[in-house]
Design a protein around this ligand. Sequence first.
Ligand code: SF4
Ligand code: SF4
Length: 403
Amino acid sequence: MSQLPITNKPISFTNNLTRLQLISLDACTRCMECLQWCPVLDVTGDETLTTPEKIRVYGELVRAQEGLRAKIFGRPEVAPAILEKLTQALYTCTTCGRCGEVCPVGINTQRLWPALRAKMVELGVGPFGAQRDMARIVAEKHNPYDKPHAERFAWIPPQVTVADRAAIGYFTGCSGAYTAQPMVAGALRVMSALGIEFTLFGDEWCCGFPLFIVGELALMQELIRHNVDGFAARGIKHLAVSCPCCMFMLQNHWAYFYGAPLPFDIIHITQLVKPYVQAGKLVLTKPLAATIAYHDPCYLSRGTRVIEEPRAVLAQIQGARLVELPHSRELSRCCGAGGGIRRALPEVSIEMARNLMREAESVGAEILAIDCPACYERLHLAQQGWDGKVQVMDLMQLVTGLL
Ligand code: SF4
Ligand code: SF4
């Protein structure tokens, strides 16, 4: 690795960490429980890149750079090899948060990793591999897929009516708009079928999550102000969203980057639909005699704790047998799409997706119902050249076909 800027321009290694995150750098007991649960480690087998290693090395970096000795004698140079290994470890991860879920001392890794990655970006060593093009692409195209902005809403189904102004706004998200169109088209069709009036923001931009998760924060304020102001101008009170990563970003980070409380609240599409389900208003006229397993996306179950609502929607399907995956709810297995890993380490992410489909096969599922556009893209890609039989379908796509 070339000369690092760390000795020329000292940075703070701790100023973006909460007190709890600072404590967590000292709290890891190296019990190694999390190693049993890491879906990346299942594929790579590389124990030098694990959660306790990342925490240990970062903690040592903080102590060396900001401890008493550094204050008396000055900061030592960081060995490039250490920084290189730390960068590799931090980015060989989908930020799925499963390690944090099982951690006996409660280290919330899903929140910790983006903060540490942001420091790698400040140091000039992150993001990783093909992730490095993403900020430029988002700045130019307003989506991370390098797709034309003009095609963002090319998928809107002809049978739905989009209001100019409404109490409910729908945030499409880049992944839904460009890589999982049956998911977002299904969401609009279900809202229409339930008589829910909604509006869209025709100049919607990326929610910021793909950049946030790799630690690139420079564009965040611009993206978020544009989106918040655009939806607020349509008079919305609630912003519904399908994508779990968007949901996590909107709910947890938009207000911070916006610089003020949001003028609307954030709701997942299944949370919006659930009261209609409970009132018996989601009428699925066609039965479906199939065994269906539901996969909890990392940023929906662990990220925002939306767990029962998608199951309540699935339970409306007449004739279906619903089964649980061996790992579900808060302990679900990551599909391999998250954390920017599908750009940086595509082979690893595809193998992770196949591991998830193997779980579905192990419980006899004919359909793997998913609720995330990133899972949708990854699992469909992983099916190419694979001889498994499980059909992958988005939840709203599935329901729409039975209306
Ligand atoms: S967040 Fe997920 S992928 Fe990353 S280290 Fe933890 S369990 Fe592994
Ligand atoms: S489970 Fe928690 S305490 Fe144990 S090694 Fe992993 S991060 Fe450290």
